[in-house]
Structure formats: structure tokens, C-alpha cells
Design a protein around this ligand. Sequence first.
Ligand SMILES: Cc1cc2nc3c(=O)[nH]c(=O)nc-3n(C[C@H](O)[C@H](O)[C@H](O)COP(=O)(O)OP(=O)(O)OC[C@H]3O[C@@H](n4cnc5c(N)ncnc54)[C@H](O)[C@@H]3O)c2cc1C
Ligand code: FES
Length: 278
Amino acid sequence: MSEIINNSSWRLRMGRITAARRMTAAEKWFEIELEDGDLEHEPGQFVQVELFGVGEAPVSVCSSPTRRGRFELTVRAAGRLTTHMQTLKAGDWVGIRGPFGRPFPVKLMIGNDLLLVAGGLGIAPLRSLINYVMDNRREFGKVDILLGCKTPEDMLFGDEVKAWEKRLDVNFSCTVDRGAPDWKGNVGLITSLIPGVTIAPERTFAVVVGPPIMYKFVIAELAAKRVPERQIILSLERHMKCGMGKCGHCQIDHPKNYYCCKDGPTFTYEEVKAASRL
Ligand SMILES: Cc1cc2nc3c(=O)[nH]c(=O)nc-3n(C[C@H](O)[C@H](O)[C@H](O)COP(=O)(O)OP(=O)(O)OC[C@H]3O[C@@H](n4cnc5c(N)ncnc54)[C@H](O)[C@@H]3O)c2cc1C
Ligand code: FES
């Protein structure tokens, strides 16, 4: 496993919120500028966000490193820190450690077809890769993006999603579990979109990010399409404390003692399958 923790990841850096926007009832988007330079992350990595007197939590960077100077986070209110974050606005400061974690294997993906599958808040980490691919479009083969969420109101990055839909160099499909009177798109689980995608399995990398329940069913569809297990990339979540392989909180039950924070959060399905539980 690669060790993607550099010295600057250990220290707490101050980040100023330069823009903040409510996305849904439970999720808020933030743009942050570090006072001492770029974050220098790779798609798929996360930061530890610290609110003084409240605590710390891991949050995926949802912007692409191709867009330098500032980075973006999308935070869902789940508990103490993430609920407190919903009150923050432009001009407020947060502590940032990182970037942490093994990124998506972008170098291996170059020259290959991509199938990018996001469910719910999974769009946050995957958006860093999607926009990286958009900004380096010629380096990749065919690109399919599948997006799923519970209802149309739960859809994140709606304006950007409309722009992806219009692009001629990517195939974009979206579905919701439950429609609404003005919803004209697909209704059904995200797995229902996969049979409609033409896949050349040997040259396809499938990147899947979403709630744990989604993985099992999406992986079964990818297996039916014969995508090799080493080319199915997942991003896993574990309860984390230190974010850098020291406390053992995020350990995955596996003979190799994987730590989700430093050996992941991205894993190939081949690696995950070898673990005794997801
Ligand atoms: C690598 C990684 C990337 C993440 N990216 C994002 C992101 O982009 N946006 C986002 O909104 N959230 C993200 N999360 C989840 C986020 O870190 C948790 O929601 C957050 O830590 C909860 O902290 P809290 O103080 O708000 O909640 P707490 O008050 O600490 O806990 C609330 C409840 O959530 C449980 N909990 C806390 N953390 C986790 C966890 N990781 N998995 C399962 N249960 C948990 C607690 O046990 C408790 O029941 C990510 C998590 C990981 C590990
Ligand atoms: S969060 Fe401490 S070892 Fe992973």
C-alpha cells in the first residue's frame, strides 16, 4: 500500500471559508482557501476538518486538483461537528489537516474507458474525479457517468449535473428512487442503469461511491458485465479519529490489517473481497 501522507498533512492549517451554499435540507457546500498555500490533493482524498471546541471529522474533497487555489467540501449533517458546520458562512475559519488517504488510481485509468457510479452523497468524492476527467478529457476513453439519489430534491450539484448531461464527450444518466410531478427522468435504483451501458470490460475502470448497500448490487451488475475485480474501485467509509494510521479506529478486518484512512479510503474490489467484511 502506498503511503500518501506527507509532512504537511500532520499539521493543522487554517482555512477561510470563501463561499458557502445550502444544497439540500441536510447538505451544505463550502469553498475554502488555506492561508498558507494550496491543499495539493489528488481526486479521492479527504481532509480532517477541525472546529475548535467541537471536534474533528473526515470530509472528502469534492473539487478537482486541476482547479487550484481553493478547494471544496460538501457536508451532510450527521452528528455534532457536521451539524455545527451547517451554521458556518463565508468569512468563517476552520482547521484543516490533510490531504489524507489513497486517491483514485488516476494514472492507471489513463487511456481506458471509465464508468463512474455515484449514489447519494457519493457524488462528493466522485466529483473530484469527474471534474479532473472533464479537465483532462483527451487522456481517457469512453466516459459514462451514472448518478442516483432518493428524490429529485436530494440531487447535489444540480447545475453542474445539467452541464454534464449536455456534453457530447460523456454519456450521462441519472435516476431517482422516487419521482416527483415535474421529474421527467428515470425512476428506479441506480443498478437499473448499468445494463444499458456498453462496456468493453478489459479496458474499463468502474469507480463506485455511495452508501454501503449500493456496493453489493452495483458490483453484481459489473461482474455480469465481466469488469475485472482489480478494475472496480470503491471508496469506503469507516469511523475515523486520527486520519493518518495511528489510532486504529478505522481498521478493516483483514489479514493485512488495512487502515481505511491511509490504505484507503479507495480500494479495489479485489482487495475488499479478500477482507472478511466490507
Ligand atoms: C473518508 C471519509 C470521507 C467522508 N466524506 C464525507 C463528505 O464528503 N461529506 C460528509 O458529509 N461526510 C463525509 N464523511 C462522513 C463524516 O466524516 C461523518 O458524518 C462525520 O465524521 C460525523 O461526525 P459528527 O461529529 O458530525 O458526528 P458524531 O456526533 O461524531 O456522530 C454521529 C453519529 O454518526 C456516527 N459516525 C460518525 N462518523 C461515522 C462514519 N464515518 N461512518 C459511520 N458512522 C459514523 C457516530 O457513531 C454517531 O452515531 C466521510 C467519512 C469518511 C471516513
Ligand atoms: S483513523 Fe486512526 S488509524 Fe485510521
